[in-house]
Design a protein around this ligand. Structure first.
Ligand code: AMP
Length: 278
């Protein structure tokens, strides 16, 4: 496995890969969820490139950029075992050279949900993903359903800017008790970690109501809110029942939809979602 930092080294080593290339962008502190994306890429592509970059422009001023967990040696060991060919670990200076002032912004899809409570977040995401795509030139890029709005926004950007990249969205990997794997789970103390299963339990309550015939979106949102309200350590930031593609809030569920939520456990913010219908 080759590890490169500069753009010119990345381009030189990328050229040596023949056949289709799968790309897995990450912010590091890797877990099995990330590795499942690598495995999907390995199955479908001749070569696999991964990137590790904690992208400062997608963090808000009061968010966790400075404390974001990092463990490069462990990440590289996991990627090597998973069979990645090339890892790009650019520095902030490589990605955002002095004088940087060009941004990529998806307009409508970013106004709600995560975009509403994290202003500027998706502008940072789409700008860095566009730069990563330009540099790596992948045939397919792999994203997790865990960050459902991110996947929808990246898919829109890819279509709108004509990137010749197929966006592949992979299922959310979970801990045995249902908590979605996330680098941010490491912030939780043992009490909060135990209580954090509330996201999965709340989404499961809404899903089983849907499976029993409930189609009222407000009712499904209420089931999630009520479940979270019963967990004293959790504070609901938002709950949504939206169309899967447009992310528009629904009145009733008829096609493919998504129930999504954000919860604070102390200072730690966790997100999760279930897809229903369709
Ligand atoms: P991050 O390092 O958090 O930026 O995540 C990098 C990629 O891994 C994104 O496409 C995420 O959606 C994906 N990812 C994160 N957690 C999971 C998970 N539990 N299951 C599947 N994919 C995930």
């Amino acid at each position: 496995m080759k590890i490169v930092t500069t753009l010119s080294d990345l381009r030189a080593d990328r050229q040596l890969l023949s056949g289709s290339v799968g790309f897995v962008p990450t912010m590091g502190f890797l877990h099995s969820g990330h590795i499942s994306l690598v495995e999907a890429a390995k199955n479908e592509c001749a070569g696999v490139v991964a990137s590790i970059f904690v992208n400062p422009t997608q963090f808000g001023p009061n968010e966790d950029l400075a404390n974001y967990p990092r463990d490069l040696p462990h990440d590289l060991a996991l990627l090597e075992t998973a069979g990645v060919d090339l890892v790009w670990t650019p520095t902030v200076e490589v990605m955002y050279p002095t004088g940087f002032q060009t941004w990529v912004q998806v307009e409508k899809l970013t106004q709600r949900l995560e975009g509403e409570v994290r202003p500027g977040h998706f502008r940072g995401v789409t700008t860095v993903v566009a730069k990563l795509f330009n540099a790596v030139g992948p045939d397919r890029a792999y994203f997790g359903q865990k960050d459902a709005q991110q996947a929808a926004v990246v898919r829109r950007m890819t279509r709108d800017l004509d990137f010749p990249v197929e966006i592949v969205v992979c299922p959310t990997l979970r801990e045995p008790d249902g908590l979605a794997m996330s680098s941010r789970n490491t912030y939780l103390n043992s009490e909060q970690r135990r209580a954090a299963t509330i996201l999965f339990r709340a989404l499961s309550a809404a899903k089983s109501a849907y499976d029993s015939g409930e189609r009222g979106a407000e009712k499904l949102r209420e089931l999630v809110s009520a479940a979270v309200a019963a967990e004293p350590l959790a504070k609901l930031q938002y709950v949504s029942c939206s169309d899967y593609d447009s992310l528009e809030e629904l009145v009733s569920v008829s096609g493919k939809a998504m129930i999504s939520m954000a919860v604070f456990m102390g200072k730690t913010r966790l997100i999760d979602n279930f897809v229903i219908g369709g």
